[in-house]
Design a protein around this ligand. Sequence first.
Ligand code: NAD
Length: 280
Amino acid sequence: MAQILDGRKYADLALDEAAAKVEALKKKGVTPGLAVILVGDDPASQTYVRSKGKACDRVGIYSRTLILAEDTTQAELEKLIMELNRDTQIDGILLQLPLPPHLDEQHALSCIAPEKDVDGFHALNAGRLMLSLEGVQPCTPKGILYMLRQGGIPIDGAHAVVVGRSNIVGKPTALLLLKENATVTLCHSHTPDLKEQTRQADILVAAVGKPQLITADMVKPGAAVIDVGINRVNGRLVGDVDFAGVSAVAGAISPVPGGVGLMTVAMLMDNVVSLAAARA
Ligand code: NAD
């Protein structure tokens, strides 16, 4: 039976670390602040925004949630972002994605000041990651790396296979693993024989959004499997990995729920603290 990479345990640890840093900053008269913008009333996004607010309360970060109507215009959204860019109480600005289809996500993200880009989605921070320079790292990929380290999974020299090439998960995860000296294969919807690739993986990251995509026959015995997927099936939350089957083959596996999702929120807190420290 595989070792469980326990997101709750590792996220607790990361949140305690963030809380200690917040306390130290407060002693210097700095209270880190996060603004979360939510456009529309998507129930999943509302849940994520609530969990971010709760995490802020737990670690002592000042948080402000700004809820905009579904029919908000691009100009209105970007005006709000510009105001937050100038707001001295706010160190990090998070634009909850996805936006309603009439809004241009990339353009809105580009309006966030790079020094307040808490998700690391601004082109400048994405470029810094590409160049292996210091900068804000996207929360989910950063959480995956934190989880691997805490789980004692060797990264240096490992063959990592990442399935999914999105700008927010797959691509930055591949870059972070590469930075840690893994040999990285990045797979996507046009990869002809996915199983042939995934079976090579010492570390397998599934970030697709398709339940049961990764089955036991696709996993090398002893591999570490990180399930990023969040899918709702018959009202139940599941990942991209057939947990029951794969946990019998893998050396380590992260569950859904109780895995990467919690790490994402914890790393968000860490990013707010880092931005506040940099600004101070
Ligand atoms: P996305 O839709 O932007 O990207 C999905 C990727 O999967 C694409 O690159 C596509 O090429 C690839 N893909 C699609 N079908 C495939 C197939 N059959 N074989 C191989 N690759 C395939 O999604 P995303 O934003 O990267 O999110 C991926 C999943 O992770 C979703 O379930 C999302 O909800 C979840 N997610 C979880 C967290 C978290 O904190 N746990 C954070 C972000 C996203």
